[in-house]
Design a protein around this ligand. Structure first.
Ligand SMILES: [Zn+2]
Length: 395
């Protein structure tokens, strides 16, 4: 095997930047940037903007009224015929205002390893900086062998990217590959598929009547709904690549009235377009068969995002990251995830996508969220090596 030392970024090169990296991480973890804390998200964006500029990027802010501003940083590399690569990371966290003061950035030991704690440290403030430092190393060592890199830091991923999805998809359409910086789970994992998630409602229209005097004239919407709940929940596990869970139920408002309306909501997940069609067809069959005459049943809702599938073109990126891993002496594993991310959005417009390129750690969205500090230099080198390989081979 060729000795790539000198051609690719080595973890030792990233190791030398760790003090600076941790200063940056501490600064942005200690700013509350929950999705609904616009002022905090904007402060993190301003901090990152300055850092990107110091590393030679051109930057712009996409101003937002309701949510935080989106930061877009671009860098033209030294390969005019090379690929255009999109990096995607989110600034927002799931934590409320005041969280950073309650439990600020801390370095500690966890099961014998050095770890960092703090709100959003894993999901995904460390990931934003892994992206930034990987590119910084490539630029500083004249190894930016791409045509252009665009790095979008959006403000609202944790609520489904309502104000950034269009921007991300427009940038993805102009890119040869999209790399998403959501957490990896360990030193050696990346994420190559995510299920689509959806919300559906089944509503029953019946007929109200006096519950004591002439209940026989009524059509009890709750009774019909109860059959629907059981038949619908029974679909869970029967359609390959999907899951379904009845999660909210409402019906009736007066105890002496036969209820004429009731509904329930359910969460559904699917790992491919074919699986979405299959589960929706199965739902439709359930609602078309009422048990009580004179009730009407409607099904509404849908998937909120497309699935991020391990398609052939996405698989090419998995191959490249495995190569980059081999050079670093690690066997990369690509795993699937049940939750959606912006990878679902970039892959939906046909851009080859790979996710889970952020830090290794665990307990995202939990107060005990942590990252493994010893993994960071390798994860930075892994991402840099992946970017270089896309430059050489195309995605
Ligand atoms: Zn995230």
């Amino acid at each position: 095997m060729t000795n790539h030392r000198g051609r690719f970024i080595a973890p030792e090169q990233a190791e030398r930047l760790m003090d600076q990296y941790l200063d940056d991480l501490q600064a942005i973890v200690n700013i509350d940037s929950g999705t609904y804390t616009k002022s905090g998200v904007d402060r993190v964006a301003a901090y990152l903007q300055e850092r990107f500029q110091a590393f030679g990027f051109a930057t712009r802010l996409e101003r937002q009224e309701q949510y935080g501003d989106h930061l877009v940083a671009t860098h033209s590399g030294n390969a005019p015929d090379g690929p255009r690569i999109l990096l995607v990371g989110h600034i927002d966290t799931v934590f409320p205002d005041g969280e950073a003061a309650r439990r600020p950035f801390t370095i500690t030991r966890r099961e014998g390893q050095r770890a960092a704690l703090g709100p959003g440290v894993l999901d995904m403030k460390s990931g934003l900086l892994i992206g930034m430092y990987a590119l910084h190393l490539l630029i500083a060592s004249q190894q930016a062998n791409y045509r252009e890199v665009t790095f979008v830091c959006n403000s609202d991923e944790e609520i489904g990217s309502p104000s950034s999805r269009e921007l991300i998809q427009a940038l993805a359409r102009q890119s040869d590959a999209a790399l998403v910086l959501e957490p990896g789970r360990a030193l050696d994992t990346v994420v190559s598929s995510r299920r689509a998630s959806g919300q559906y409602r089944v509503a029953v229209r019946g007929l109200s009547a006096h519950a004591g005097v002439e209940p026989q004239k009524g059509r009890n919407a709750i009774l019909e709904l109860s059959y629907q709940v059981q038949k619908m929940q029974a679909l869970n596990g029967t359609v390959p690549g999907t899951s379904l869970s009845v999660s909210i139920i409402h019906g009736g408002d007066r105890v002496n009235v036969v209820p004429d309306y009731a509904y329930f909501d359910m969460d559904a997940r699917a790992n491919s377009k074919a699986a979405i069609q299959a589960i929706e067809a199965a739902m439709q069959r359930v609602v078309s068969q009422p048990m009580l005459d004179g009730t009407q049943i409607t099904l509404s809702g849908g998937m909120l995002s497309a699935p991020f599938e391990r398609s052939q073109q996405n698989e090419a990126l998995v191959g490249l990251v495995k190569e980059a891993g081999r050079d670093l002496g690690i066997k990369i594993q690509d795993v699937g995830s049940g939750g959606a991310s912006d990878a679902n959005n970039t892959s939906a417009v046909g851009t080859p996508t790979l996710d889970g390129l952020g830090a290794g750690g665990g307990l995202a969205h939990n107060p005990d969220e942590y990252i493994e500090l010893d993994y960071l230099p390798t994860r930075i080198a892994l991402l840099a090596g992946l970017v270089q390989r896309i430059g050489v081979k195309g995605a």
